[in-house]
Design a protein around this ligand. Structure first.
Ligand code: GLN
Length: 204
């Protein structure tokens, strides 16, 4: 039985991190620095009582297949539809999208976004850049991209938080937050704090 708790404050939250593949440890370290309890999600019962869920980067076709094999795809999608806050980075952004250009791969399909995978071309396959992200304040954020996707189209209910050369790199829709880059690979906690303080607190 999946029960959701009402988070009182950031320090009392318990956040699940999908631990099937990818940058799990980095997200865990980031949340521990913010004094937030984490739980690695490998089974449907690990979803009990969490206040939010992080979908780390990795390889989205593989993670999609593992979600099916571990019986997590439908439970997570259902919780998302019921309002569980979910934050996807890179592969997580792909899994959150309803539409993945030219792909039938498994997905949670929760955000009204169209994503293009591995979308930056060979020369920009991996790159880093300082970008101004207004919702995070005046100091630019150091963005790290690794074979990243981008969103090329959204429905009107999606709020765009960062775009660059027509590519949408950071977006939110109700209880969902998606980034194309890897904030967990920096020392900057602001994107994670945005998830805890804005996405979770505003949607519960
Ligand atoms: N290219 C990967 C995919 O399509 C995403 C890369 C990442 O998560 N760093 O799933």
């Amino acid at each position: 039985m999946i029960k959701k708790r009402l988070p009182v404050e950031v320090g009392k939250m318990r956040i699940g991190i999908l631990a099937l593949q990818g940058a799990v440890r980095e997200h865990r370290n980031m949340l521990h620095r913010l004094n937030v309890e984490t739980v690695d999600v490998l089974n449907p019962s690990d979803l009990d009582g969490i206040d939010g869920l992080i979908l780390p980067g990795g390889e989205s076709t593989t993670v999609g297949k593992l979600l099916v094999r571990y019986n997590l795809l439908e439970p997570i999608a259902e919780l998302g539809r019921k309002g569980l806050p979910i934050f996807g980075t890179c592969t997580g952004m792909i899994l959150l999208s309803k539409y993945i250009n030219n792909s039938e791969q498994y997905r949670l399909g929760l955000m009204d976004t169209y994503v293009e995978r591995n979308a930056f071309g060979r020369q920009l396959a991996s790159f880093e850049a300082d970008m101004a992200i207004p919702v995070l304040g005046d100091i630019p954020f150091h963005t790290v991209f690794i074979r990243a996707p981008y969103i090329d189209k959204v429905e009107s209910n999606v709020k765009i938080l960062l775009s660059w050369q027509d590519k949408i790199l950071f977006a939110e829709q109700d209880n969902f937050l998606a980034v194309a880059f890897h904030p967990e690979l920096t020392n900057d906690t602001r994107v994670h704090e945005y998830f805890l303080k804005n996405t979770i607190i505003c949607s519960t």
